[in-house]
Each structure stands twice: as structure tokens, then as C-alpha cells.
Design a protein around this ligand. Structure first.
Ligand SMILES: NC(=O)c1ccc[n+]([C@@H]2O[C@H](COP(=O)([O-])OP(=O)(O)OC[C@H]3O[C@@H](n4cnc5c(N)ncnc54)[C@H](OP(=O)(O)O)[C@@H]3O)[C@@H](O)[C@H]2O)c1
Length: 284
């Protein structure tokens, strides 16, 4: 049996879709409040409730281990590994981040690298997936609204990112969970074209038919806006580091993990935006 964590999030939803398409049975570990959003067998699970871990992992052989951005991320992974060992889990697929092995790295990379080390030392077979910036960040974090004109205010300058399509990542997750030959491997996952934020918004404008505008702002202005929104201080620091990575042209490296696992090139941002247009039209 396969168990997905994070199933109601960006990558979890894409992984569920890919597993459904492949016709593979699986269950998902979700907080009680999220159960309605999922069309699969569910088991109640909360990263902050240790008593929920054991039941979630009963009978599980393949665990997709996605932890939310949290100061406790490494602790969650340690608790998951301890339970997985007791439950007899045979394979852990860990969602990490591209650049996790950078030295000295930024906050989110260091967290993920520490988690990777624990997974590798667990004695359970593992596969590590290291995606770069998700294309859905443009909506979830940058604030683009697919159905109307939007302006994005961020300190990304003209730095490019190698935007990865969550649908590709979800397919990779499903493939490595359901096929042999991926244990002990690390895959870096990106899209095919590094694009600046303004270029990404231009592609979205062309595909979705709305005006999406990028306004470069100072890091101080972006930091203040995020602090004012009530975001925890550590996360503001972590996000500011990510914007610096883009602004300083360290986020545009391409990798061939999607090609290696799926045997096809990754989707371009234009394909993602075209799919978004269809989904938006379908839900209108
Ligand atoms: N965004 C990027 O560009 C990027 C790139 C590389 C790596 N990553 C990594 O990807 C991970 C996030 O993935 P994502 O963007 O797919 O996630 P997401 O959309 O932020 O969703 C988070 C998921 O975790 C669940 N969750 C949160 N708190 C929980 C709790 N206490 N107990 C149980 N479930 C809980 C959420 O469930 P609910 O529905 O109940 O809230 C949801 O399913 C992070 O580790 C991040 O560092 C992100």
C-alpha cells in the first residue's frame, strides 16, 4: 500500500491525480478538516499529533513524505521515520528542494538537507526528489488571480527561475512510488526554460487573457508587507532568501530529473498556463 502525506497541497494533489490515472490504489494521510477535499481512502493524520502517526502508517510499504514549510519540518521527518520503521515501511520517497546540498545554503535548503540526511540514514530504501520553484507559486504565493488582471510586487529583479510544473513532479512521485529501480537515487526536477518573473507573467497574460504586471520592489518593502500580513518571522526570512536567490541569478539552473524518470521533457510554463486556462474555464 502507498501512503501520501500532504495530499491536499500542490504536489500532493498532482501526485494523487497521477496515481489515479495510473489506476494504482493508495491512501492519503490528512487532517480531519481536509478529508472532504480528497477522492481517495483517507486516514486521519496531523504532523503535530504524534498519536496519529502509527495508525496512518499501518500496512504501508511506500511512503510519500512531504512536510509543510514549518520550523518543525526536520522534527516531523524524524517522527515519521521512527514510525515508518516500526510499521515496516519499505520505501520512502522524500520531497526535498533543489539546492538542498548547497553550502552554506539558505534556511529552507538547510532544513531539507537535514531531513534528507535522516531519511538516508533510516535504513529504509529511499528516493529523494528535489524540485525547484513550483509554477503554482505564481498563484499561491505571488498572488496572480487566473480570472482577472493582477500586479505582483516582489524583490526578484530580472533574475530567472527554472519553474517546475507540479503536474510533472506529481507524475515523478507516482512513477518512483510504483516502479523498481529508483531507490538510492536523488532527482533534481526543473522545467525546461528559465524565465524571469516578468517573463513568466507575460506568458500567463498571453494564455489566460488578463494583464499580469510585475513591479520590482526593495527587499525592505517586501519584508514589511509580509510581516504586516502576520507571517511568522522565520518564514519571512526564509522567503526573503528565496527572492535573493532569484534576484542574484542563482535559481535558473536546469536539471534533467523529469526526463530521467518519465522519459520525456518537462512541461514549459506556457503548457502549465494553458492547462490553468482550461481548468479556470471549466470551473467558471
Ligand atoms: N513552493 C515551492 O516552490 C517549493 C519548491 C521545492 C520544494 N518545496 C517544498 O514543498 C513542500 C510543500 O509542498 P506543497 O507546496 O505541495 O504543500 P502545500 O501546498 O503548502 O500544502 C501543504 C500540505 O501539508 C498539509 N499539512 C499542513 N500542516 C499539516 C499538519 N499539521 N498535519 C497534516 N498535514 C498538514 C496540508 O494539509 P491541509 O490541507 O490540512 O492544510 C497540505 O496537504 C515544502 O516542504 C517545501 O519546502 C516547495
Amino acid at each position: 500500500m502507498i501512503l501520501l502525506t500532504g495530499a491536499t497541497g500542490t504536489i500532493g494533489r498532482a501526485a494523487m491525480h497521477a496515481l489515479h490515472t495510473a489506476g494504482v490504489p493508495f491512501k492519503v494521510a490528512v487532517r480531519s478538516g481536509s478529508r472532504a477535499a480528497v477522492k481517495a481512502e483517507t486516514v486521519r493524520f496531523d504532523w503535530d499529533d504524534l498519536s496519529s502517526y502509527q495508525r496512518a502508517m499501518e500496512g504501508v510499504e511506500h511512503l510519500f513524505l512531504l512536510t509543510p514549510n514549518s520550523e518543525r519540518q526536520v522534527g516531523y521527518v524524524l517522527q515519521a521515520i521512527a514510525t515508518a520503521k516500526r510499521a515496516g515501511v519499505k520505501h520512502i520517497v522524500r520531497l526535498s528542494v533543489m539546492g538542498a546540498d548547497a553550502d552554506p545554503g539558505i534556511i529552507l535548503e538547510r532544513q531539507h538537507f537535514a531531513a534528507e540526511r535522516e531519511v538516508k540514514a533510516s535504513g529504509i530504501a529511499w528516493t529523494i526528489l528535489r524540485p525547484t520553484f513550483f509554477m503554482d507559486n505564481l498563484i499561491n504565493y505571488y498572488g496572480v488571480v487566473p480570472t482577472r488582471d493582477s500586479t505582483v510586487y516582489l524583490p526578484n529583479g530580472d533574475g530567472k527561475a527554472a519553474w517546475a510544473d507540479p503536474a510533472d513532479i506529481g507524475e515523478v512521485v507516482a512513477k518512483v512510488l510504483t516502479h523498481d529501480g529508483y531507490a538510492g537515487k536523488v532527482y533534481e526536477l526543473t522545467g525546461p526554460d528559465p524565465l524571469s518573473t516578468a517573463e513568466a507573467l507575460q506568458v500567463m497574460s498571453e494564455e489566460l487573457g488578463h494583464k499580469y504586471t510585475y513591479v520590482n520592489v526593495t527587499e525592505e518593502a517586501a519584508r514589511k508587507a509580509q510581516e504586516d500580513s502576520g507571517m511568522p518571522a522565520w518564514l519571512v526570512d526564509a522567503l526573503m532568501e528565496l527572492h535573493s536567490l532569484v534576484r542574484l541569478h542563482h535559481a535558473s539552473t536546469l536539471a534533467d530529473g523529469v526526463q530521467q524518470v518519465l522519459g520525456r521533457p518537462p512541461h514549459a510554463l506556457r503548457e502549465w498556463a494553458a492547462r490553468l486556462r482550461l481548468q479556470t474555464a471549466g470551473s467558471a
